[in-house]
Design a protein around this ligand. Structure first.
Ligand SMILES: [Fe+2]
Length: 386
């Protein structure tokens, strides 16, 4: 997540095996890393879908020994991750497999770190400075939602138990299995918020001060794929063509923002979601229209790129299309969340303090600028949705 200095550097965190049915090869992928004992980490939703049983059977049929952890919490805390890590160490796991959405994927990466460094992880987190990455056991990630891009990010995000503040630690996985069939059971609201999260990643990355020709290529294509396919997957979860395109969009948006960082949209979304208990994807989507408007004002060329990716004439048209998409996909009005303009603006200082990437915009933003943008986000969305 370099910021401001990577115009000539772009990264591919791990190899990705992409395609319908790719999960069938999981045992052979594990063997690439010489591992015999693995821990498969997932959550209650993935367990209920039957996917975890299927993956465990594929591993056992490949003569691997599998330990299971079936209860990763949403926004896992460091205490929970260390508890899973203890189980992994006790079971002698040499490799970690994460099967799930962003919380599970990030937890799996941190378990990989814990196996090699069984001690409290907090001293190594980004809130304590840019520590070099710790050694990590091989981690294979299988996303079951299309949104977070965690599988191709160089960090894992964790919430601290004592204060619920989000923190992160450098952690690359070793291999990704991006099988769109694993996303088919995601319910409509999960599909919607994950897809909007991917759109927010792509837009903030595309408009980042650190964007490069490579990241812009990835981000604009991701925007187009989300705009063309998210409603289809929301309306019909079995639409495997739409699911495939969203899985790819989420993945390349993740690659893009892993290089560029995000900016004020996720600064707002992280703090809003944390304080008011909103799902990450919904909270992070609120700023999408504001990111487009801000770009139209300060960087018309890039704003036209957004319009082109949306398949519309102007940035204003793209902003309207984004509002329409958010409305149709069930993003709640601020008033329905009992969040006033003043309450949202009151988050500004802490949001900036907790999200260093805030400063990653094409022109610098002051706290007052940010508060004006927040007011526009709240009023703009609630007025549009009537
Ligand atoms: Fe996000």
């Amino acid at each position: 997540m370099a910021m401001g200095s990577n115009f000539n550097e772009y990264t591919q965190v791990a190899p990705v095996s992409y395609g319908n049915g790719a999960v069938a090869e999981i045992a052979s992928k594990v063997k690439r890393f010489g591992a015999q004992k693995v821990i498969l980490v997932f959550d209650g939703g993935v367990k209920a879908s039957g996917m975890a049983d299927r993956v465990a059977k594929l591993l056992e049929d490949g003569d691997l020994t599998v330990a299971l952890f079936d209860d990763v919490k949403s926004d896992p805390t460091d205490a929970q991750v260390e508890a899973i890590g203890e189980i992994a160490v006790k079971e002698g796991a040499e490799l970690v497999i994460g099967l799930g959405g962003g919380s599970v994927l990030d937890a799996a990466k941190m378990v990989g770190i814990y196996i090699k460094n069984p001690a409290p992880l907090r001293p190594h987190m980004l809130s304590n400075g840019l520590n070099p990455p710790l050694p990590i056991a091989p981690v294979i990630l299988l996303p079951t939602t299309s949104g977070t891009g965690s599988e191709v990010s160089c960090v894992a995000v964790v919430s601290h138990d004592e204060d619920h503040v989000k923190d992160a630690i450098f952690a690359n996985c070793a291999f990704v299995i991006l099988d769109p069939e694993l996303t088919v059971s995601a319910p409509p609201h999960v599909t919607a918020f994950a897809g909007l999260d991917a759109l927010a990643h792509a837009l903030e990355s595309y408009t980042s001060a650190s964007a490069s020709p490579m990241t812009m290529l990835l981000a604009t294509h991701a925007i187009s794929l989300v705009v063309q396919n998210l409603r289809k997957a929301y309306d019909n979860g079995q639409d495997i063509d739409a699911r495939s395109k969203l899985a790819f969009a989420s993945n390349i948006a993740g690659m893009s923002f892993n290089d560029t960082g995000l900016h004020f949209g996720h600064t707002f979304g992280h703090e809003l979601g944390g304080i008011f208990g909103l799902p990450h994807g919904m909270a992070s989507s609120y700023a999408i229209p504001a990111v487009i408007k801000f770009t139209a004002k300060h960087d018309p060329e890039r704003a036209q790129g957004i319009a082109d990716a949306f398949g519309v004439a102007t940035a204003e048209d793209a902003r309207t299309a984004a509002l329409s998409l958010m409305h149709d996909l069930g993003v709640r009005k601020f008033s329905d969340n009992n969040i006033s303009v003043e309450a949202a603006q009151a988050l500004a200082e802490d949001a900036i303090a907790h999200n260093v990437f805030f400063h990653n915009t094409v022109v610098p933003l002051s706290v007052d600028d940010f508060k004006d943008i927040i007011a526009d986000i709240v009023v703009g969305f609630d007025e549009y949705t009537g």
